[in-house]
Design a protein around this ligand. Structure first.
Ligand code: B16
Ligand code: MG
Length: 214
């Protein structure tokens, strides 16, 4: 199948905000006395804020009311947004700008497909607000990855059939979402060893654009 569009995940693919998510959740966990580490954090990749919180609370010594949960999620987002304040175009991951240019030279469309509600802020901070043909993010969907909704929305906005789209992801949940959307799944970073991915590379910089689009 020919690829006419490449949909990029945001956190952990375009920019390493995945580390900021980890730090903000770690702060919440420490304040609440909940055991949390990078191993548990891997399960939060691509998953929505409230679902991430539910995963963290599985280790909590007590139960939390719905109001308390909303408060914790809000607090985490405040910590996270403080970290986002530091973001500059210099934080774009290596190889991303070259990959975007190479894709555009081949007249292939690009989109963002992210679970994050902070997508507009992040793209603004790194100077890529106008760099993609479409943006589908956590503000526009009801179900986050591994549900395919965000990628199907991106394809729909681009006017391209799902089978002609490739997805670049760092999350296992994102690879599953891409496959469920009927798209080519490309695993990088934490998803570089994901057996279900059609193409794998340790980072975007190591991806071959012609292999990605072939
Ligand atoms: P927010 P992605 C995802 O972004 C992150 O991987 C995940 O860790 C986070 O919980 C989710 O966004 C929601 O983020 O709290 O900013 O709405 O990887 O799909 O770009
Ligand atoms: Mg990600």
């Amino acid at each position: 199948m020919t690829i006419h569009a490449v949909i990029f995940d945001l956190d952990g693919v375009i920019v390493s905000t995945d580390e900021y998510h980890y730090q903000a959740w770690q702060q919440i966990a420490d304040e609440e006395g909940i055991s949390f580490d990078r191993r548990i954090n891997e399960r939060l990749r691509g998953v929505s804020r409230m679902e991430s919180l539910e995963i963290i609370l599985r280790q909590a010594p007590r139960s939390y009311s719905e109001t308390e949960k909303l408060g914790l999620a809000h607090r985490k987002n405040e910590y996270y947004r403080q970290l986002l304040n530091r973001l500059t175009p210099g934080d774009i991951l290596p190889g991303v700008m070259a990959m975007l240019a190479a894709i555009k030279r081949r007249q292939v469309k690009t989109a963002i497909g992210s679970s994050s509600r902070n997508t507009p802020t992040i793209l603004e901070k790194i100077g890529l607000a106008d760099a993609f043909d479409a943006i589908a993010d956590g503000n526009q969907i009801a179900r986050s990855k591994p549900d395919p909704e965000v990628f199907l929305l991106a394809a729909d906005k681009l006017g391209i059939s799902p089978e002609n789209c490739a997805v670049v992801e760092d999350a296992e949940a994102g690879i599953e979402a891409a496959l469920r959307a009927g798209m080519r799944a490309v695993g990088v970073g934490s998803a570089a060893h994901c057996p279900q991915a059609h193409i794998r590379a340790s980072a975007i910089a190591d991806l071959d654009v012609d292999e990605l689009l072939a």
